[in-house]
Design a protein around this ligand. Structure first.
Ligand SMILES: Cc1cc2nc3c(=O)[nH]c(=O)nc-3n(C[C@H](O)[C@H](O)[C@H](O)COP(=O)(O)OP(=O)(O)OC[C@H]3O[C@@H](n4cnc5c(N)ncnc54)[C@H](O)[C@@H]3O)c2cc1C
Length: 382
């Protein structure tokens, strides 16, 4: 297939894989991406891109077209009839359909000279490269590569092949496994905020993705997939009223989400990025942002052949979203604490604003510690 070895072979052409391919090409490395699916690749997602994610995309040379995305200026929580909202400290976040985002990344990768193999599953990795399966998956061919990047999502096979999956890590992922479904409605966004509705059995978030569309994503811990978008809306009459009469413009699509931390994200010539490298619960809306920031970092580290640096910096990138993930899952589980938090956020909008600033990586550590203490005190008094 390729007469000489390539520098980087990327398994998975989703957001993390394409972003890594672009970042590696920026350093002049030769790159091949293989994905079993065919573009544009869709996925169940809340489709919100946090401000740091938008900035990372800009660094990758991808800008969001005004007619295919929608800016939102903050987050609104709605729980038990109480509403609290806060704006991002500086730049807005954006909503964008996954298929549009995929096409933008794909166009950029093609313009950078990335070689892409679609409908091409990867069947294994070897010290010399990766084994690519033929379309009927009866034969495999070795593509020789210096580095193999696993960007193959949360159930990564590259992670398993490279023995980066440990039993205790897999068990902790299973414990935190949750289930998400998304649908799109043809309706003008009614708010310049992304809304997160907290319910008894699930959370539903609404992201404006264009001038005429919103994405509604449901996340629950129901392992039997019994709770779907229609039933979930019973818990949120105001939201149901907003969506009444709006045409559904996509079918329901599901995926799992989990909080997963790996001890190591590389071994030998194999290295992981995006959901394959661990991740946070979807409720944080941070998965894409993390994937793009990790991709930029990995591009630098592949060019300097310093994966130990990637490992350390990857760990620091995950720290804040992991903390937010724990906090939000705690709120999801403990309705009493959630009610108190909502009261505090409503009566002290600055505390919500401070939490959102932490979420999007703004402000100093000292500032966040003093805000955290103040919030804790207000919660005790509430
Ligand atoms: C319900 C839900 C809501 C979410 N909401 C948000 C949100 O609002 N904002 C946000 O930032 N994030 C959100 N996320 C998280 C986000 O979707 C993920 O973090 C993101 O998709 C990770 O991208 P990825 O490229 O790492 O993996 P994926 O998108 O899973 O891509 C992996 C790719 O690898 C390919 N692949 C797998 N195995 C092979 C193989 N053997 N050979 C070849 N190809 C292979 C697959 O076909 C796929 O294209 C949400 C997730 C869920 C489940």
């Amino acid at each position: 297939m390729f007469s000489s070895p390539v520098d980087v072979f990327v398994v998975g052409g989703g957001p993390a894989g394409l972003a890594t391919a672009i970042a590696a090409r920026h350093h002049g490395l030769s790159v091949v991406v293989a994905d079993g699916a065919v573009p544009p690749i869709d996925k169940s997602c809340g489709e919100g891109l946090m401000p740091e994610g938008v900035e990372a995309l800009r660094q990758l040379g991808v800008s969001l077209p005004a007619d295919e995305s929608f800016p939102f200026r903050g987050i609104r929580f709605v729980s038990d009839g109480v509403m609290a909202e806060a704006a991002f400290p500086r730049d807005p976040a954006y909503g964008i359909r996954r298929t549009h985002l995929h096409r933008l990344l794909l166009d950029r990768a093609a313009a950078c000279g990335v070689h892409m193999l679609w409908h091409t599953a990867v069947a294994g990795i070897r010290p010399e490269g990766a084994l690519v399966a033929s379309t009927d998956e009866k034969e495999t061919e070795l593509v020789r590569a210096r580095w193999v990047v696993g960007a193959d999502g949360s159930f990564s096979r590259v992670r398993r092949w490279a023995e980066l999956d440990r039993d205790n890590e897999a068990a902790s992922q299973n414990k935190s496994l949750r289930f998400g479904f998304r649908r799109h409605y043809h309706v003008a966004p009614w708010s310049s905020f992304m809304e997160l509705h907290w319910g008894r059995r699930c959370q539903v978030y609404v992201t404006p993705v264009s001038r005429g569309e919103v994405c509604v994503a449901l996340i629950s811990s129901d392992p039997k997939f019994r709770l779907r978008n229609d039933d979930a809306l019973d818990e949120f009459p105001e939201l149901r009223a907003r969506l009444r009469g709006a045409n559904l413009i996509s079918s329901e699509r599901g995926a799992t989400t989990a909080l997963r931390k790996l001890r190591s994200v590389y071994r030998g010539h194999a290295v992981l990025v995006g959901d394959a490298s661990g991740g946070v619960d979807a409720i944080t809306g941070e998965g894409l942002c993390l994937a793009f920031r990790q991709a930029l970092l990995l591009g630098d580290c592949l060019a300097s052949a310093d994966l130990a640096h990637y490992q350390n910096a990857h760990r620091s990138l995950l720290r804040r979203p992991t903390l937010m993930s724990h906090l939000m899952l705690f709120m999801a589980k403990h309705s009493h604490l959630r009610r108190r938090t909502m009261q505090v956020f409503r009566s002290n909008p600055r505390s919500f604003k401070a939490m959102l600033a932490l979420h999007v990586g703004e402000g100093s550590a000292r500032h966040h510690v003093s805000n955290g203490i103040a919030l804790g005190w207000k919660l005790l008094k509430a």
